[in-house]
Design a protein around this ligand. Structure first.
Ligand SMILES: [Zn+2]
Length: 373
């Protein structure tokens, strides 16, 4: 048995965590330790893989039940999911169900546990970053990006590899103390493609490929979040023979100075003066769709939250949009003129100026509690 860290501990959740909590915990870690955010950081990569492995087990009711009963021993040995983990492709294909069906998934090779599928030679994946603002997130957006990718040249021709007879694999038999072992490895001559170059095209590399710039159009659905990845199948490097790799798109969402995002909801801090709070009026606020005017009731309290339904962001692959929550902050002047000072001195003990909170004037903390329950 290995001395691996407990999967619940890795995700920072209790054993009673619900499926939604497990998913949420993993999502947070996946974004935090994402290799694109932590380049050349082996520790982050290890944590990223560890979290993916924990999620892979705990998100599957059958595997979770086994793990709860037997611990890591359930997956040692012939369990199929050999502890040492998943490669990055596996992890990214797992993102499909974490971040919605628009992401990952759909690829040729089916994640884990599917047994040994023979992989066709695949070109390398390419990665790009795409910057979005909140408006792009609200509406969804189509981005055109220039990508330099290796492509097959029309004047390169291929023929069946003579080393592996086109199977892409060579079988090696070795004698070991455990007996004769047969192992299949990718053919060293054709790199697993089964094809050899017959005629190399002009200006191509050793594999008969040429660098070409291409404009790729990427449809980004509404509701995406910072750190998510999308896969555009077949837009990575092409392979000498075989299938092209994928274009991995990392989504970056720019912060908006006035609108704070919290999932589908947006928060806006509105500062109003004593006078506006007492007299009421209308104020202009920012939304993702531009400025709008909202009404302030006379006698509004600092800390009140106005909810503009549906003015938040849409759910990824969902129908509803979140809300825009406008937090009222009454601005207290930092200095007063003599005249103003006199005014407040006079009003200080006036019955209207003495706090008398009613049930409807809930405290800030009660409101926050309500909002998240
Ligand atoms: Zn070969």
């Amino acid at each position: 048995m290995s001395s691996k860290q407990d999967y619940y501990e890795i995700l920072g959740i209790s054993k009673n965590a619900t499926a939604a909590e497990i998913k949420k915990a993993y999502r947070k870690l996946a974004i935090k330790y994402h290799p694109d955010k932590n380049p050349d950081n082996a520790e982050a990569e290890a944590k990223f893989k560890q979290a993916a492995e924990a999620y892979e087990i705990l998100s599957n009711p059958e595997k979770k039940a086994k793990y709860d009963q037997f611990g890591h021993a359930a997956f040692d040995g012939s369990g199929g999911f050999g502890g040492s983990g998943m490669d990055m492709d596996d992890i990214f294909s797992q993102f499909g169900d974490i971040f919605g069906s628009a992401f990952g998934g759909g690829g040729g090779f089916g994640g884990f546990g599917g047994g040994q599928q023979r992989r066709r030679a695949k070109g390398g994946n390419l990665r790009i970053r795409v910057k979005l603002n909140l408006k792009d997130v609200a509406k969804g957006v189509e981005k055109k990006v220039k990508v330099s990718r290796k492509k097959q040249a029309s004047d390169t021709t291929y023929t069946t590899c003579t080393n592996c007879n086109g199977t892409g694999q060579v079988t090696k038999i070795t004698n070991t103390i455990l007996g004769r072992m047969q192992t299949a490895t990718a053919c060293g001559v054709c790199g697993g493609s089964g094809q050899q170059i017959e005629n190399r095209g002009k200006g191509t590399d050793a594999h008969g490929l040429k660098m070409e710039e291409e404009t790729v159009s990427i449809k980004i659905p509404a509701g995406v979040e910072d750190g998510m990845q999308m896969k555009v199948p077949g837009k990575g490097n092409e392979a000498p023979a075989g299938v092209a790799g994928d274009l991995i798109v990392l989504i970056e969402v720019e912060e908006n100075p006035n609108l704070q995002r919290d999932g589908e909801n947006l928060h806006y801090d509105l500062y109003i003066s004593f006078a506006d709070a007492a007299l009421g009026g209308s104020k202009e606020i920012e939304t993702v769709e531009g400025k709008v005017r909202i009404k302030i009731e006379p006698g509004v309290q600092s800390g009140k939250i106005l909810r503009l339904r549906g003015k938040g962001l849409p759910k990824l692959n969902g129908y509803n949009s979140g809300d825009l929550l406008v937090h009222i902050n009454v601005w207290t002047p930092k200095t007063l003129s003599k005249e103003q000072k006199n005014f407040f001195e006079k009003m200080k003990d006036d019955a209207n100026f003495i706090p008398d909170p009613q049930k409807s004037d809930k405290s800030f903390f009660e409101k926050v509690k309500d909002m998240f329950s």
